[in-house]
Write a protein of this length. Structure first.
Length: 351
């Protein structure tokens, strides 16, 4: 929201303008004008556009990079459902466990970077309650925390790799190529989780953010005096117009403050603001879709049938559609197209 700053700017600007016009003596007005001209020269020397432009570009690029680093388990679930073949209980358990481990790795990653996830899953017991973790797996994770220095998001993916190896040995996976494809997808998933952690650990330098913020608000403060209308500022054309409300200055401040607020809202997309990523819905969606693909939809597909245009080389044009410009041009290329068709000729009455 930029309106609080604009309201404060308006109140202070109008207050100083009224003081200058109605409360100051002639000698005091001269001093006021000297201060205003000094602030005006200072305003022009602040490279707000240059500094703010680079900062916005950096923040938006970083924000989009974090979005692209979000790991989606859909591809892994599709590969697992196709590679781990079988309809018995153990095969089903393998497929569900592999995709559950992938979702567990994502949740463990979010717990380290998102306050929302830290609040939702403060302990491993909360992961057990929502079905991401089992009691035996909890003990293994707790035993690994000390050796891994608290960074254990990759442990469930190692378990998933072990399950893939077991499925190959038990011939639930028929060939090594399928194993390679699934392992490659697991590595891609792990790489994206690692990228999210890297974005969280290596942030934009704080001094850069401070410089941009100071530049914008310094411009705002200097503008309060620098853009005041002055009675004795010379014979310039603009000096003859008494502008009570500096409209274009308002627009300039609106743009600068707006871009600064945009950068602040995009700075940490895993925060608690409304504009941040909805990680709660994301993890719920991933878990639901993973189970749906790897388990529930395994034998759920339409019956194989001939399509509507089975006996046609090219399907016929739709009966009702809007003709394109090309169609209209082709229809009017020659006068032969203007001749009535046989079924239409019967309705033509000759004189």
């Amino acid at each position: 929201m930029v309106w609080p700053e604009l309201i404060v700017f308006t109140v202070i600007y109008l207050a100083l303008s009224c003081v200058y016009r109605y409360a100051l003596t002639d000698s005091s007005k001269v001093l006021f004008e000297q201060i205003a001209l000094y602030c005006r020269s200072y305003v022009d020397s602040i490279p707000v556009t240059f500094v703010l432009g680079f900062y916005i570009s950096l923040v938006v690029t970083r924000w989009w990079g974090q979005f692209e680093s979000l790991p989606w388990p859909d591809n892994l679930a599709i590969l697992v459902s196709n590679s781990v073949q079988g309809r018995d209980v153990r095969t089903r358990m393998m497929r569900r466990t592999i995709v559950r481990y992938a979702n567990l790795a994502f949740v463990l990653t979010l717990r380290m970077i998102s306050p929302k996830m830290q609040k939702r899953f403060p302990t491993f017991d909360h992961l057990i309650t929502e079905g991401y973790l089992l009691d035996t797996e909890k003990n293994l994770l707790e035993a690994t925390i000390k050796d891994a220095n608290g960074n254990i998001y990759w442990v469930p993916l190692v378990w998933a790799v072990s399950l893939i190896e077991s499925a190959r040995k038990e011939y639930y996976i028929k060939n090594d190529l399928a194993v390679q494809v699934v392992l490659k997808e697991i590595n891609i998933f792990r790489g994206k989780c690692g990228s999210l952690l890297s974005y969280d650990r290596i942030s934009i330098p704080l001094v850069y953010t401070q410089v941009v913020t100071i530049a914008v608000y310094s411009f705002l403060i200097a503008t309060i005096m620098g853009r005041q209308f002055l009675e004795n500022q010379g014979n310039t054309s603009i000096g003859t117009i008494d502008i009570y409300i500096p409209v274009f200055t308002y627009l300039q401040i609106l743009f600068y403050l707006g871009w600064l607020k945009v950068a602040e809202s995009l700075f940490n997309p895993f925060g608690k603001d409304d504009e941040d990523f909805d990680v709660d819905s994301l993890v719920d969606r991933n878990m639901r879709i993973s189970y749906l693909i790897a388990d529930k939809m395994l034998d759920s597909h339409p019956e194989l049938q001939q399509d509507k245009h089975w006996d046609e080389v090219f399907y016929k044009q739709a009966l009702i559609r809007t003709p394109s410009k090309k169609d209209r041009e082709e229809e009017n290329e020659t006068t032969i197209n203007l001749l009535p068709k046989d079924e239409e000729a019967a309705f033509i009455v000759s004189p």
